[in-house]
Design a protein around this ligand. Sequence first.
Ligand code: DIG
Ligand code: MN
Ligand code: MN
Length: 389
Amino acid sequence: MLDRFQPKPEDKFVFGLWTLGSVGRDPFGEPVRDRKSPMEIARMIADIGAWGVNLHDNDLIPIDASPTEQDHIKSEFHKVLAETGLVVPMATTNLFTDPIFKDGAFTANDPRVRAYAVQKTLNAIDLGAEFNAKIYVFWGGREGVETDAAKNPVDAIKRNREALNFFCEYILDKKYDMKIALEPKPNEPRGDMYNATIGHMLAFIETLDHPEMVGVNPETAHEHMAGLNFLHGVAQAWECGKLFHIDLNDQRFGRYDQDFRFGMVDIKSAFFLVKFLEDVKYDGARHFDAHAFRTEDYEGVKDFGRGCMRTYLILKDKAEQWNKDREIQSLVEELNSDKDGASALLGTYSPERLAKIRATNFDRIEIAKRGMAYERLDQLTMDLLMGVR
Ligand code: DIG
Ligand code: MN
Ligand code: MN
């Protein structure tokens, strides 16, 4: 008997081909699972009930495929999408696997590498457009250094900007219905990567020629690797209209990019993130950029995929419960109450408001005595998450 936490298309759950298709290679071990074709992986993604499948160019088309092979693969993939009903919400370029990108792609010191990366990305944008992807992600996996002797960081910024301005013009020229989402990550695989966090990316976007076409694709693990609060970064991106996409997974601080199943490490952070996305009615895809433990076979891989979606749906249900909980909501109301009408003193600058705030006597000692009851509120939240409320 299936319970009520089953994925539906309207949940917009998406997996990249590289997630359920991960063969479990890591820096210290060879693959543990046989490689499946993109068509087999897409069918697996459909089987677990997801809505969409994302792709890097080379997840679908091998880097050295001939035009005939490319056409055959694309036609086979179109057939699977038609059979399963899967959509392709997002596409991106693999600018990190091939040795040519060992010094980066758009920020590489060798202009041949930079030009090849632009060419590869133009082709990958066309591929994404062919599958009707509306979001194009740029994750600068190799855009960084192990030593700052290698590159002036200002040159890297300028090269990145030049490339992204070029792609914005290309998308406009081709009249593709497509926006760009930049994905930050602080390190790994490079020692240090440029545009390391959501904040770096939001500032960088404003320096582009078409900032209105460019947003961010924050990933849970990447902000956690930097020791940051993922919700705060996501909220800042959303508040300025730049949350164009999101990569959901989980991660323990101070470790390499673990790309764990969503909610698997820090259930409370995951809860507040889901609550935020649902409260603001975020209408983008819920993309799980993660992979199963290396210990798993493909049944375990499907368990991993189902777990990402199931945890999201359970937390969505908990968020609705939190929003309806009378004791919780009365505490929320109290901590936001307008004491002594002081909120009237705040707002846009005016001579009247200036005079009023200057003339007000604040009883600093008395105000400081107020208990905020956050302990009570947090424990009620924990009770709810632990299923005793
Ligand atoms: C890793 O977090 C990156 C790559 O997998 C990909 O380029 C991007 C797409 O979500 N995330
Ligand atoms: Mn990651
Ligand atoms: Mn990602």
